[in-house]
Design a protein around this ligand. Structure first.
Ligand SMILES: [Ca+2]
Length: 349
């Protein structure tokens, strides 16, 4: 009898081991919320060519280009990749509380380095982007990782309409913010700058936001060496990515940099392989009022703040208030390993 039960236990353990492995190896379902965008396009192509990910949808947010151009770009991209099966949905038309700021200056007049892709064979989904996000999160509870790589307008709309998605997503990995200066001005990163109120909603929603900031993106550069490697094998997606990278590099070199920041692709990279970066839990607030700092992600690295109590005509420090972390902030990346991954996934595709 004992031998029978021990055989049963071994069998059960083997089944559990098999299931655990099968689960670990199954691709992660992701939704990319995007404002395509040169680095968005590179991020999307990386995601579509990575077996670790199963892209469920692209939702389009205004940012680098307006919503109409962004949707057209997203559809042309999935068409280039032969992925008309993917849901591509338009979303918000403007930020929550300010005018849209577009970035053709950095991304070319169509947002894709001026490279004209063939008309898309794919059709847009009839759903509103934030509604599609809500729908998919409920369809796959605890399985979806959101990867917002534009202003956070669509995510803020989704979470405001249905706060239950906060506990139902597996993860949210954003490209946005910075803890050491911005890329728009001294303090502020572009995606948060594009919609600070939306960012404040997303950071305060109750989930842990993994924040891949511009400061780390700017230390994760595609250089001429990597571009030459990408150009060494040809394919429609590879050639397109190389044209984008070339334009992007030329722009960066004119500004005195040795390479171009892989902002959005790194956020996708972190979902493919979290070991590519170093993360630290922090409490992050989004400044929405500052004269010079509207849109800054203010990170508390100590995990506490002073408690000042009014005593007559002055305040006294009465201990500290412990702050709960709401973000896993990316501090550094293994840039070479990421670039090698990026090139290897796209080369010749
Ligand atoms: Ca973007």
């Amino acid at each position: 009898m004992d031998r029978f039960w021990s055989k049963c236990s071994i069998f059960l353990l083997a089944v559990l081991f098999f299931l655990a492995n099968a689960f670990a190896d199954s691709p992660r379902r992701v939704i990319i919320d995007t404002d395509p965008g040169i680095d968005d396009a590179m991020a999307i192509l990386l995601a579509l060519n990575s077996p670790e990910l199963k892209v469920e949808a692209l939702t389009v947010v205004p940012g680098n280009v307006d919503g109409r151009q962004g949707l057209e770009n997203a559809l042309k991209l999935v068409s280039l990749a032969g992925r008309c099966d993917l849901a591509v949905a338009g979303g918000a038309r403007h930020p929550l509380n300010q005018k849209l700021i577009t970035a053709q200056y950095w991304h070319g007049k169509n947002g894709l380095a001026g490279v004209e892709l063939p008309a898309s064979k794919c059709k847009a989904a009839s759903r509103f982007g934030p509604d599609l996000i809500i729908e998919l999160v409920h369809q796959y509870p605890h399985e979806i990782t959101l990867i917002p790589i534009g202003p956070l307008t669509n995510i803020a709309l989704a979470v405001s309409k249905d706060p239950s998605i906060v506990s139902l997503v597996k993860d949210i990995v954003i490209m946005g913010g910075s803890i050491s200066g911005g890329n728009v001005n001294g303090a502020v990163e572009a995606n948060i700058y594009g919609d600070p109120e939306a960012a404040a909603i997303v950071f305060n929603a109750g989930w842990m936001v993994t924040m891949v900031g511009s400061d780390v993106g700017e230390r994760t550069l595609i250089t001429r060496k990597y571009l030459a490697d990408l150009q060494s094998l040809h394919g429609p997606e590879s050639d397109f990515a190389a044209k984008l990278a070339d334009f992007y590099l030329e722009r960066a070199e004119k500004s005195g940099y040795q390479g171009a920041a892989m902002y959005d692709p790194l956020a996708v990279g972190v979902v493919i392989d979290p070991k590519l970066v170093t993360l630290k839990d922090m409490h992050v607030d989004v400044e929405t009022k500052g004269e010079f700092t509207r849109g800054e992600t203010v990170a508390n690295r100590m995990g506490s703040e002073e408690n000042n109590v009014l005593h007559g005509d002055h305040y006294e420090i009465d201990g500290v208030i412990v702050l709960k972390p709401n973000a896993r902030v990316c501090l550094a990346s293994d840039a070479d390993r990421f670039l090698q991954l990026f090139i290897s996934r796209l080369k010749g595709k």
